[in-house]
Design a protein around this ligand. Structure first.
Ligand code: NAP
Ligand code: MG
Length: 403
């Protein structure tokens, strides 16, 4: 059979440690035998980031803006220990932070569901994608420890010198105060990314804040979402048979628990931080969670939600057997290839991505899986496979389907 051709390059961002090893195996065993892979390669491994003073990360983000779709391997975010380990020139920023800032993107986390790895919430049948606003609020706050009695005020001085002033509290004794902000521009980018993503998935979009209590701050979020929906997205949503709705965060939490899943849940920064960790663990495993960065201009970057699996890498380096789960990294590749196929009208590429996803799921459902899943599965007969063994088992399943 002819290999699949790709018209436009996919931006490929290589990474670190165990996921870098897995990356090569996925390409060699699952992609290159079937596709004439057309990628523009950027090595975001820490060694090369250091060699280029991190310019390679910026270049890869620019290439993503140019071509529209990227796939990224997990990368090390340097800390003190990594500076010593890799003899780094300096403490580079997190590549994900740099790329997110360049793309002005929102991160969507979506679980991969398979039979035998059951969500802890019994009613969940379909994935719930969590969208977290990644700017402002408590993450960019200013705090003061109040030493004793006194008046706390909120003051805004306009560029024209006009002042707005409000009393926060008349302190009789010691306490604390906090100032937070967000910008209309950032909220609107977030809203746009959420509407765009829900349209892509053809799933309902939920958005929740606490606007009954925060009548100006949270109400601003609600209004910006509603206004954008009414002016740009309502018709597109209706044409696709999906809906947008707003509800209070407490109501949303209660409804999520009783739902079947199958929607996108947009959350403010703090709510999204807390809820994404809850969702990741309640769907079963971090190794089965994908992460997609979507910019408001419609640029996409796909990756696994987990890190470089350092502990397994050190075992691998010592020549010991490893059983690292490659599913989220495979799904990052198929997500990116499918999106590339959609944008280029390349149906064979899209079909291949679907077939590879199905092969992964069928392989696990037949009882062949890595150690992390073998520990939590409800399937009765399970074969625990090594890291590359699992990838090769997926290859066998794929060969039955893709002829
Ligand atoms: P991690 O790589 O996510 O791994 C933490 C633990 O979770 C592992 O030790 C392993 O548990 C389990 N795990 C995660 N992914 C797995 C997989 N695919 N298969 C099997 N088990 C898996 O987090 P970390 O060890 O805290 O961080 C390592 C490096 O990753 C750090 O340098 C960090 O900066 C980086 N990081 C990068 C990203 C990114 O690029 N998006 C995200 C997070 C972290 P057991 O050891 O119990 O088997
Ligand atoms: Mg968190």
């Amino acid at each position: 059979m002819d290999k699949i051709k790709m018209q436009t390059p996919l931006v490929e961002m290589d990474g670190d440690e165990m996921t870098r090893v897995i990356w090569q195996w996925i390409k060699k065993d699952l992609l290159e035998p079937y596709i004439d892979l057309n990628t523009e390669y950027y090595d975001l491994g820490l060694v090369h980031r250091d060699e280029t003073d991190d310019q390679v990360t910026i270049d890869s983000a620019e290439a993503t803006k140019k071509y529209g779709v990227a796939v990224k391997c997990a990368t090390i975010t340097p800390n003190k220990a990594r500076i010593d380990e890799y003899h780094l020139k300096k403490m580079y920023k997190s590549p994900n932070g740099t790329i997110r800032a360049a793309l002005d993107g929102t991160v969507f986390r979506a679980p991969i569901l398979v039979k035998g790895i059951e969500p802890y919430v019994r009613t969940w049948k379909k994935p719930i994608t969590l969208a977290r606003h990644a700017y402002g609020d408590v993450y960019k706050n200013v705090e003061i420890k109040v030493p004793g009695a006194g008046k706390a005020e909120l003051v805004f001085t306009g560029a024209d010198g006009q002042e707005v002033r409000q009393t926060i509290f008349d302190f009789k004794g010691s306490g604390v105060i906090q100032g937070m902000h967000n910008t209309d521009e950032s909220i609107e980018s977030f809203a746009r990314a959420c509407f765009q993503y829900a349209l892509d998935r053809k799933e309902d979009l939920w958005f929740s804040t606490k606007d009954t209590i925060s009548k100006i701050y949270d109400a601003q979020f609600k209004d910006i979402f509603q206004n954008l929906y009414d002016t740009e997205y309502r018709e597109k949503f209706e044409a696709n048979g999906i809906e947008y709705f707003y509800t209070l965060i407490d109501d949303a939490v209660a409804r999520v628990m009783k739902s079947e899943g199958g929607f996108v849940w947009a959350c403010k920064n703090y709510d999204g931080d807390v809820m994404s960790d809850m969702m990741a663990s309640s769907f079963g495993s971090l190794a089965m969670m994908t992460s997609i960065l979507v910019s408001p201009s419609g640029v996409y970057e796909y990756e696994a939600a987990h890190g470089t699996v350092q502990r397994h890498y050190y075992k691998y380096l010592k020549g010991e057997a490893t059983s690292t789960n490659s599913v989220a990294t495979i799904f990052a590749w198929t997500g990116a290839l499918r999106k590339r196929g959609e944008l280029d009208g390349n149906e064979r590429l899209q079909k291949f991505a679907d077939a590879l996803d199905e092969a992964v799921i069928e392989t696990i459902e037949s009882g062949k899986m890595t150690g992390d899943l073998a520990l939590i599965t409800t399937l009765p007969e399970v074969t625990k496979l090594g890291t590359e063994e699992f990838i090769l088992a997926v290859r066998d399943t794929l060969d039955q389907k893709w002829k």
